[in-house]
Design a protein around this ligand. Sequence first.
Ligand code: TZP
Ligand code: MG
Length: 221
Amino acid sequence: MLAPMNSDPKLYAILDLGYTPESAAADSAKSLIEGGADLLQLRAKNHDPATIRRVAEILIPLCRAAGVPFILNDYPTLAAELGADGVHLGQDDGLLAAAREIIGPDKIFGRSTHSLDQACAALSEGFDYIGFGPLFPTPTKAGRPGIGLSDIAAMEREVGSKIPAFCIGGIKRANLPQVLAAGARRVVVVSELLLAENVREAAAEMKVSLLAWTAPGADVK
Ligand code: TZP
Ligand code: MG
């Protein structure tokens, strides 16, 4: 059964095979989920489809059991075959309509955006959520400059008020307060969690900060 996105997702974790070997994928995913990840994405750049399929088949039951949507980065056809809950598309990964045609309409579709204009375009196209960043340069997405924090508030007003908008890129426990103070309400985190000594505790720490800062009635700047 499809796991829907909860109504107020805060922490979107990516299990990136560039950081986590296949042998550790299940343990890392369990820790991310136990730590409070609201969505889990499998990101596997430069891995063969057989590996992606194998890892996805381990992660999907873990996500299902926890009611956490499983999102596949790229590969709409594979996402459809695997029964993923959704697919995440970059700017160069084609139109939403094409992915919908492949996977079906009732899934979760996310788009990476790198500017306010792209965020607005993804909203208009009909995406269910966006990623917005990278806020800071990050080795996880090497070669892409950080867009900084200055557009977060406008993006939240124009897009984040209508669909979940997750800030991404170089977000750590140490700079999360700064990101939240700039207006972010949701984040995607990769290396900070996957490289943490204790993945579950690192995720839980970030989730607590996100919930505390953005709780209804909280003094959100
Ligand atoms: N898209 C924009 S930044 C990024 C992606 C996939 C990587 C973020 O990774 P990290 O390790 O949390 O900086
Ligand atoms: Mg992509």
